[in-house]
Design a protein around this ligand. Structure first.
Ligand code: NAP
Ligand code: F7E
Length: 335
């Protein structure tokens, strides 16, 4: 039985990847952080689902800021594959806590790579690289050979992690891959990222729980895919004969405004009546246009995105409507 170790298991991608690996017979170990409130909401359903082999899921305390915890976990788990998904992943927030973002999203990766090197183990390594590294894009569409031009502390930290992963592959012959993933979303997306913020607000407005939603730049363009499709690509990279870097994207781009229109239309709402602009959501430097070319992953890995943008938005709106209805019913029952 193969063992996988996941940092960031409590996040959106960590939860989908855990389900994916468990279904393929893996023993899955996830690193979680101590928190004063519950932070395992996305993976709790794995324990509750009678069809999921949850006994092969193990959670261990550790932190990307704590090298000794990483060393200990590597020694005790001895994983065959490591997926480094842990990060301070919010671009806007990275302008407020740039040093911390560099510490976790950048230096966290070298701590993990050093723990691997010192352990003497040879696990395969996946690094969660990002389209944010392309930033102020130097080529359209963006592919593996497009130069980076990050536009945020987050993007800059991810560029460091990208190159240190390449360096450890070349210097120590580690099977290490960068997945350069474009935006990917789902009903499990963090509630402060723009897609989920919009679908949650649309559902609450429909149910009369709130009136308005405050947003920033509506003209930014993103290549949005479905997280469930993207975690499959992570795994495929580590099963390939040689370690390489791949762009994972749909090849379609849409503005935030288009996303808004689709989400509100699904609930027969007019977004113009409910959206207010708040400058605090603007970024000091913005990434205006992202659109990826995933030809290499399609050709070499046989990867394909399955969920289209329209389907993704519908899935997220429907899930948020169901969730908000449940919450409302719960509140009414409690009186
Ligand atoms: P996410 O939902 O924000 O999850 C981030 C995860 O990192 C959470 O489990 C979080 O734990 C963990 N984490 C944060 N700080 C940590 C620390 N100091 N030590 C250990 N773990 C820590 O992110 P996601 O959307 O799943 O994305 C997964 C990865 O892919 C991230 O590295 C992100 O930067 C990258 N990425 C995402 C996208 C996208 O569109 N989603 C695209 C490209 C790349 P807590 O739950 O305790 O906070
Ligand atoms: O913003 C605009 C905002 O925060 C998308 C992360 O997963 O994907 C994500 O980063 C766009 C930006 O995602 C609001 O200015 C307008 O242009 O949903 P987002 P992101 O910054 O693209 C990449 C690939 C990652 O790697 C990251 O980890 O939407 N926008 N109004 C807004 N964005 C937010 N969050 N909130 C607003 O109110």
């Amino acid at each position: 039985m193969k063992k996988a170790l996941i940092t960031g298991i409590t996040g959106q991608d960590g939860s989908y990847l855990s389900e994916f690996l468990l279904a393929r017979g893996y023993e899955v170990y996830g690193i979680i952080r101590r928190s004063s409130s519950f932070n395992t909401g996305r993976i709790d359903p794995i324990y509750e689902d009678p069809h999921v082999p949850h006994r092969r899921l193990h959670l261990v305390y550790g932190d990307l800021n704590d090298a000794s915890s990483l060393n200990r976990i590597l020694r005790t788990v001895q994983p065959d594959e490591i997926y480094n998904l842990g990060a301070q992943s919010h671009v806007r927030v990275s302008f407020d806590i740039p040093e911390y973002t560099g510490e976790i999203t950048g230096l966290g990766t070298i701590r993990l790579l050093e723990a691997i090197r010192e352990s003497g183990l040879k696990p395969k390594f996946y690094q969660a690289s990002s389209s944010e590294m392309f930033g102020k894009v130097l080529e359209v569409p963006q592919k593996e050979t497009t130069p980076f031009y990050p536009r945020s502390p987050y993007g800059a930290a991810k560029v460091y992690s990208y190159w240190i992963t390449v360096n450890y592959r070349e210097a120590y012959n580690l099977f290490a891959c960068n997945g350069i993933l474009f935006n990917h979303e789902s009903p499990r997306r963090g509630e402060t990222f723009v897609t989920r913020k919009i679908t949650k607000a649309a559902a609450r407005i429909k149910l009369g729980i709130q009136q308005d939603v405050f947003l920033g730049n509506l003209d930014a363009k993103r290549d949005w895919g479905y997280a469930g499709d993207y975690v499959e690509a992570m795994w495929m990279m580590l099963q390939a004969p040689t370690p390489e870097d791949y762009v994972i994207a749909t090849g379609e781009t849409h503005t935030v405004k288009e996303m808004l229109e689709l989400a509100f239309d699904r609930l027969q709402l007019d977004w113009k009546k409910h959206v207010k602009i708040d400058a605090k959501y603007y970024r000091p430097t913005e990434v205006d246009l992202l659109i990826g070319d995933a030809s290499k992953a399609k050709k070499q890995l046989g990867w394909q995105p399955k969920v289209r943008f329209e389907e993704l938005v519908a899935m997220m709106v429907d899930a948020d409507l169901a969730l908000e209805r449940e919450r409302l019913d719960g509140t009414r029952k409690r009186g």
